[in-house]
Design a protein around this ligand. Sequence first.
Ligand code: GH3
Ligand code: MG
Ligand code: MG
Ligand code: MG
Length: 325
Amino acid sequence: NRENTGAMLGWNKSEDVPETFVPSNTSILLVDDNEKVAKRVGQMLSEIATITHSTGGENVAERAREKNYDLVIVSLSMRETDGLWICSKLRSFEETRHVPILVVVDDCERGSKQLVRALEMGVNDYLIPPVERLELTARARTQVRRKRYSDRLWENFHLSMQLATTDAVTGLYNRHYMNSHLETLLRHARQASKPLSLAMLDIDHFKPVNDTYGHAAGDEILHEFAKRIARNVRGVDLAARYGGEEFVVVMPDTVESDAEMIAERLRQTISNTPFTLADGTNINITVSLGLACITDGILTTADLLERADSALYQAKHDGRNRVVI
Ligand code: GH3
Ligand code: MG
Ligand code: MG
Ligand code: MG
């Protein structure tokens, strides 16, 4: 159902906009070395957008990466600069890949190789001089609206991705994401004959904490717990909330002895400093950790998780607040 999909992606029918609508703060980059044409076009567009004028040159596309333009207008008949080259660069950079491009071609160039190449390259529309005001603003408006719409789709896409992969209470990755990512990390480690270690963490006696201070206090502690873990692992490590008060840290390229040091540091990070609730209450928390490292006998993610889990069980059995391999 198209309407439902639209609503899910944040395109609400009731918010539908009239054809002439142009969003505020519209910014357009105009690349043309012909001062006369540029001035004319700039004036025509000034009522719908803020215009930045460039006369071309080496780094136009590079500089466009720094600003989120709603539209780039490029003349294909500049003397010093190849307009097509600028278009192709705009399409190749991550930041400008989706910016609409409108090219200005000379009259004689309709149907020319240059225009065909421009369109094949992903240029969105073109203008043939003499540029007429209503046509120019209509074409520009259409592109700007499209840009804003696709910005919204991307925003919603990223938001959905975030919701699907992270845990709301702690902000860490969730179990589902961890499982699929661990699969990839393990495959890479095996292909490159690199080590990989995994720690499973479980907060000690967390039920009594909840029973004494309440579930909301428990959530506060989980949040702070996650922050301390995230602060104490490397950027390449993957920290995830595996279950209620259970966490997993995957450490690529880490041998057992290093993993043990890191795990010990994590243990101390939790036990050395009490957790302070919003109301000022200090609570001492400890954590038990089970470690596993890939070896010839541990091949799958299931093996690795199982090994870490039984090490964790041993840590609990041995008295908690400790690391077991
Ligand atoms: P152990 O040292 O054996 O791990 O003892 P424990 O009490 O931590 O273990 P148990 O598995 O019996 O209980 C875990 C408790 O964690 C149960 C529940 O009260 C708490 N818990 C699990 N998920 C959440 C959560 O999302 N929020 C809060 N506040 N508490 C949670
Ligand atoms: Mg538990
Ligand atoms: Mg338990
Ligand atoms: Mg526990």
